[in-house]
Design a protein around this ligand. Sequence first.
Ligand code: GRF
Length: 645
Amino acid sequence: MKTVLVLGSGAREHALAWKLAASPQVSRVIVAPGNDGMPTQWERWDFSGLSADFSKLAERARAEKVDLTVVGPDAYLADGIVDVFTQLGLCVFGPTQAAAQLEASKAFAKGVMAAAGIPTASYQEFLDEASARTYIELLKGPFVIKADGLALGKGVVVCDSIAEGLEALPRLFAVNGRQKGRVIIEEKVSGEESSWMAICDGEHCAVLEPARDYKTLREGGRGPNTGGMGAFSPVTSYGPEFQERVLREVFQPTLKEMKRRGTPFRGVLYAGLMISGLKYWVLEFNARFGDPEAQVLLPRIDENLEDFYDLCLLSAQGKMKSDRAVKMKSEHAVYVVAAAPGYPENPVKGARFICKVRESAVPEYFFAGVRKTEKPDEFEVSGGRVFGALGMAKGVGDVCAANAASTARSLAYDRLRRVSFEGMQIRSDVGSGQPIPIAVLASGRGSNFEAILRAITLNRLNARVVAVVSDRAQAPVLEKARASGIPAIHVPALKEISREAHDEAILRALKESALEAPVFLVLAGYMRIVTPKLIEAFRSERGYSRVVNIHPSLLPSFRGLNGYAQAFEHGCQVTGATVHLVEVELDDGPICAQAAFSIGDCRSSEEVEKMGLDVEHRLFPEALSWILPEQFEITFEGRARVRPN
Ligand code: GRF
């Protein structure tokens, strides 16, 4: 029977050690340093994580006859822990310091990608701030600046303007990585992001199905970047054919190039991909399992068909023999992270919470920044990401995929909500992997519809527009829908039919022509009053209406038509736009979001409207990003508010 040693202290290492412990070959699990949330039957060794202590740890591993060491964190790899263990004759899963540069240096990774012919965004490398500034000032489109070196997820800034770039530059040049003082600036590419991991032995690899992680602290891509607030797998849009393509076009050429350079890559190679239609770009390489991706991928590896211990061992020994796909269960997995207040900038430690860990084949929780207190089941927050909850559910084929994903998601959130501590931060939209189908109702030019489409393309809104309906045949919005390949339906508002009959006709048209049944109805410049017929058809089990509207005023002021003109004519200094759930009374229903702007200097109502539309185009998609996943509650005052963490 075998002894394994897992290095690291996060939730990823909890998942790694659990998966290794589940192998029939493994009888003894040691974690160094591990954390207090891990099962007590695992041994814990002290380990500072500093490179000065690598040799001491390796000697202890040799003395205690560890058969396989598995390294979690990138920092240990970049500091050469694999080299130290290998020198002592130990078997260790992970890349050498030289090979780990694929993650530790963005410039190195770009060089490898170029040499191996891997599609990636075009870029330039800069060693001094002055030339980077000159370069940025000449850029036309959006761009991305990356600090060269490990920066715990904080080394990348996406810039939509030159000013943003110039502001970020000094900070990125000062990132305390090993390549201090070097940045790369690359073209910004857009599409859907997914994480692909392969277990490699220097020459061959076994590719896992993809996962998606959530990098920003808040829903819909808002807030600062973090280590990762949650993940789900599989990403159903990419089947076995795409997996095969990633194997052939990304992993094989990279392994070949690394071998040619004399630094063969062993361990987990992680490729972050941006996919748009049939095109894709490799955004980055990492040299280890992603955290939180490991927490959804490892539970999905089929233990009846794969022995995870063997996979790691063969990788470490360079004995994988051929390229293949890792056999994974059809189950969907969703994992949601609970972070400390103040995370990621200044995590506040010390809050206490109760978490009863139930015995189960697959853990309900993976722990990270926790310290055990003297009381049973009580923990104290001791780090940024504190723990995460996992949910898994079976799906068969495409029809059930959406159900399995949402069941897994509810399970994860239910488990997460059983635990709480003061200031606990969670994202409410993790695992809404299947975009939420919506239908748009509009009567006019449809600039809000376009803003919604843009947000979807930019991954800021997880939705799919299944149909656009208009009461006006000539409405430009219908043309815009057709141009995007979305069914455009005209339901004429004939004089002789009642409002109710018109709404019924809309429901029928949606049934016949929409690609799938919409969950939400989004009114974007719809100039008719909707009746209970429509609202009741979209009422949720929790009682609120799933019809959302944007209104051009700060409700309850200026209901009805021409909200901006009304505000201007009243001599208002400030006006704004409101997103609300639609109830029967005109421009009523729970208010979800508002944005105000000053109009004191405006000379005409047209000027106010122009400003208003700009505001709407930001406000509406942002509000939809938390309304559609239905992670809100209606307060006593009748306001829809993001559910407090
Ligand atoms: C917007 O001002 C919106 O607030 C109101 O109608 C207008 C629609 O504009 N309900 P567009 O058709 O989205 O360009």
